[in-house]
Design a binder for this molecule. Structure first.
Ligand code: SF4
Length: 297
């Protein structure tokens, strides 16, 4: 076993101890169906710790990811590892990406990712969670994510520990505030660390990687920018579902008198789709980022 793998296993064992000490419950590994989650789950298994696996069903994941998670959970449960799929709720009701867009009166954007909080980051309340977040996947994460975190809505109150300093760990363990605590055991792993481990150990992988998708996640995620064209070419039904949701969103805006200068009364769901894809087909209207900034304000 490489030093890298040993260090991840050590972090997982420490997180497991914290979880058992603080919550009297096993660590929860969040599994998105992506390669980084697969590494975490396998290394947690090799660490010999008690753990559970949680997947948030976003409703916008590719069908291949949904089936992969079902297969993986059956495999893990056969090994005695408890697995749970969390289905999204909003205001006490089951929801989906397609229901949220009309409710929120706007598409999800890079600046206003309301869908992540509702569809992707639910579950595990009051538990210690381990994720497959890595700095290499996003420069933003280098500044905002650490090995150990204590979640809080106010980023200034979030505790981020990037080392195994004993004093800080004690502070972490004895914090009495109720919040989700997070460990990111592979945060400093490189792409080649991840791929070398997965391929050499023959770990089951989401089949979308074999099709050349560099990442798996929600089809049409606004964070993917122009890469979404490939998503919609591969899964054209999702394009239609977004267009239908944008039509319903426009209808809701009309009912509430919220058709303003940026979206004229003749605008259709298809127009919104092209604007959202940053195709510049709505001349004189707010750009994707301008609109997102306005909504954020
Ligand atoms: S579409 Fe993107 S921003 Fe929205 S839930 Fe999925 S990953 Fe998060």
């Amino acid at each position: 076993m490489s030093d890298r793998e040993q260090s991840v296993i050590q972090r997982l064992r420490e997180a497991s101890e914290m979880s058992l000490f603080r919550y009297r419950q096993p660590l929860v590994i969040a599994d998105s169906g992506g390669k980084d989650s697969s590494v975490c789950v396998e290394l947690a298994r090799r660490a010999g710790i008690p753990f559970e696996v949680l997947h948030n069903h976003t409703t916008a994941d590719a069908p291949e990811t949904v089936y992969f998670i079902r297969r993986e959970f059956a495999r893990l449960e056969a090994m005695g590892i408890p697995c749970k799929i969390e289905y999204p709720h909003y205001k006490g009701m089951r929801t989906s990406m397609w229901a949220l867009i009309p409710q929120k009166l706007m598409p999800p954007t890079r600046a206003v990712r309301y869908c992540c909080a509702i569809l992707k980051e639910r579950g595990g309340q009051g538990r210690f969670i381990a994720t497959g977040v890595r700095w290499a996947e996003s420069t933003r994460r280098r500044d905002s994510r650490g090995i150990y975190e204590k979640g809080a809505k106010d980023p200034a109150k979030r505790i981020i520990l990037n080392n195994d300093n004993d004093d800080k760990r004690r502070l972490f363990e004895h914090c009495t505030l109720q919040a989700k605590r997070v460990c990111n055991p592979i945060i400093d792993g490189t792409d080649s660390d991840v791929w070398d481990f997965l391929l050499s150990e023959k770990i089951p992988l989401n089949p979308l990687y074999a099709e050349g998708f560099p990442r798996v996640g929600c089809v049409g995620c606004p964070m993917a920018g122009k890469r979404r064209y490939r998503d919609f070419a591969r899964w054209p039904a999702y394009e239609q579902m977004y267009i239908r949701s944008f039509d319903k969103m426009l209808e809701m805006r009309r009912q509430r008198g919220k058709i303003d200068g940026s979206w004229r009364s003749g605008t259709t769901g298809e127009d919104i789709f092209h604007w959202w894809m940053e195709d510049d087909v709505l001349p004189g209207q707010l750009s994707f980022d301008e609109y997102a900034e306005m909504m954020e304000e």
